[in-house]
Write a protein that binds this ligand. Structure first.
Ligand code: AP5
Length: 215
């Protein structure tokens, strides 16, 4: 099964993709994570990617589609893909169709996480992750059980994303409204769009996704 999780910054795509990976044996393909790896490199490309991400803009369609193509090419054919943060533009949506066909896959579900944008700034500016295993947390909604210790791996190092400040988040939301939301009709025409209330609790959203995947 191959699915797209769609929603604005902070909608819970990454959180739910991780849950689905564990529950359904699928693999999360996050272009955001791939680009964060790219920006770590001391290269011209790394610096260009960092500048775009820190402004809240979108990295070029060619770069992200090539990343998805390469990642799918390295995956076992029987492992499902969860596209998290891709596609984000109409050219990316068309590229994904070509990439899926090339790798003998088809798209089963596009799931939109519907959220109240006012709540998202709060979600994103409170977000932090374990510096070792990447487990996600939030200052108010999901703190580690033992203060300062990652639930998953026991590390005491945590980090915050440089693009998780209010100004950049507002730009990211504007990009979502202008460029990403308009791709939904492509999938609505195919009858594969489901909508989930992303304002429900993390567990409730996971249960809704499980129900869609069981269809
Ligand atoms: P990316 O990393 O994809 O960021 P994003 O889309 O802005 O999404 P986020 O990761 O911020 O949010 P999320 O929906 O995953 O929410 P999360 O689960 O973390 O992209 C970053 C940048 O990379 C882009 O701005 C762009 O520059 C570039 N980029 C990436 N892909 C690209 C592409 N395809 N094309 C071009 N450029 C691209 O949850 C957020 C917080 O809320 C967490 O703390 C979580 O614990 C909490 N939370 C989650 N769900 C709930 C809930 N139900 N209730 C309460 N709290 C919750």
């Amino acid at each position: 099964m191959n699915i797209i999780l769609l929603g604005p910054p902070g909608a819970g795509k990454g959180t739910q993709a991780t849950n689905l990976e564990e529950r359904h044996g699928m693999l999360q393909l996050s272009t955001g994570d791939m680009l964060r790896e790219t920006r770590k490199a001391d290269t011209e490309l790394g610096r260009q990617v960092a500048d775009v991400m820190d402004s809240g803009g979108l990295v070029s369609d060619e770069i992200v589609s090539a990343m998805i193509d390469a990642k799918l090419g390295s995956m076992a054919a029987d492992v499902g893909a969860i596209f998290d943060g891709y596609p984000r533009t109409q050219p990316q949506a068309h590229s994904l169709d070509e990439i899926l066909e090339k790798h003998g896959r088809k798209l089963d579900h596009v799931i939109e996480l519907e959220v109240n944008e006012d709540a998202l700034v709060d979600r994103i500016t409170g977000r932090f992750t374990c510096g070792k295993c990447g487990e996600g947390y939030h200052d108010r909604y999901k703190m580690p059980v033992a203060d300062g210790v990652c639930d998953k791996c026991g590390s005491t190092e945590f980090k915050r994303r440089p693009d998780d400040n209010e100004e950049t988040v507002r730009n990211r939301m504007q990009e979502y409204r202008a460029k990403t939301a308009p791709i939904l009709p492509i999938y609505e025409e195919r009858g594969i769009v489901s909508r989930v209330d992303g304002m429900a609790s993390i567990d409730e959203v996971t249960a809704s996704l499980d129900a869609i995947l069981a269809q």
